[in-house]
Write a protein that binds this ligand. Structure first.
Ligand SMILES: Nc1ncnc2c1ncn2[C@@H]1O[C@H](COP(=O)(O)OP(=O)(O)OP(=O)(O)O)[C@@H](O)[C@H]1O
Length: 248
């Protein structure tokens, strides 16, 4: 049933130990959010899961034939190399106009086909990246801080679109986010990372964990109250990890 699994992985950048002993499993249809301070290895973990960084230890297993849609944290488009949104959607594989159009509509980017990528606003750019990521109808959508630069209403709208896409495709969503309020209300599971997995579980349980409070304080209580208000309180215990322990 697992789409992708990491077992005890470690990643190094030179002498820096970026990740160590990270174990996680992503299952079909779930929305999992990775949170953690700057430089805690969140982007590196996503890239390790898609096979884009070498592992110093451990292994990553992907279900055979798994289709992944990936929205990177940064994508620099050189303004001196003009490329329209429509042509961008043809990378790396050409797609039919009807598919491109449907993906743009689902991502909230209708009508942008003829625009230059370099001329898009931050929000439009993120939605075009989302459109490209859903084109292959992925089983797993991986997004690295997809709402960066969006204001609060823009971020909320983006997450609503994401939920609608998840409902239609039945795909799992794994994302990195700093929007703790949204994380609380929109995730099935939260993984708190700081080089290793500090704690993980449902949003309500993780936000009560000591490791979370150490990193984020108790300022998410408002969001937590909202979360509890709208959901049954049938949480499982959070799993706590010491840096050298194996994850659940
Ligand atoms: N290509 C690279 N070369 C050298 N160091 C790198 C490279 N990629 C990441 N690192 C280092 O690895 C650590 C983790 O980086 P990473 O981008 O994974 O963190 P992050 O949690 O996503 O941070 P942020 O929240 O700021 O985006 C940082 O110290 C970073 O400087």
């Amino acid at each position: 049933m697992t789409l992708v699994a990491a077992e005890g992985i470690a990643v190094r950048q030179g002498r820096l130990r970026v990740l160590q002993d990270v174990t996680l499993h992503i299952r079909p249809g779930e929305i999992v959010t990775i949170v953690g301070p700057n430089g805690s290895g969140k982007s590196t973990l996503l890239r390790a899961l898609i096979g884009a960084v070498p592992l110093a230890a451990g292994r990553v297993m992907r279900r055979p034939g798994l289709r992944i849609g990936y929205v990177p944290q940064k994508l620099h488009i050189d303004p001196t190399l003009p490329i329209t949104v429509r042509r961008f959607l043809d990378l790396p594989h050409p797609v039919e106009d009807t598919h491109a159009c449907a993906a743009l509509e689902e991502a909230g980017a209708s009508g942008l086909e003829g625009r230059q990528m370099a001329a898009l606003s931050g929000g439009q750019f993120q939605r075009v990246l989302l459109a490209r990521a859903i084109l292959p109808e992925p089983d797993l959508l991986i997004l690295d801080e997809p709402t960066q630069g969006l204001d609060q209403p823009g971020a909320s709208a983006f997450y609503r679109r994401l939920e609608a896409i998840r409902d239609r495709l039945g795909c799992a969503v794994l994302m990195v986010s700093h929007d703790l309020h949204v994380v609380m209300s929109a995730s099935d599971r939260v993984i708190c990372l700081n080089g290793h997995i500090c704690c993980e579980g449902t949003p309500a349980v993780v936000s009560a964990a000591p490791a979370w409070r150490e990193l984020f304080g108790t300022g998410t209580q408002g969001a937590l109250a909202l979360y509890r208000h709208r959901h049954d309180h049938t949480d499982h215990a959070a799993h706590h990890h010491s840096p050298l322990s194996e994850g659940a």
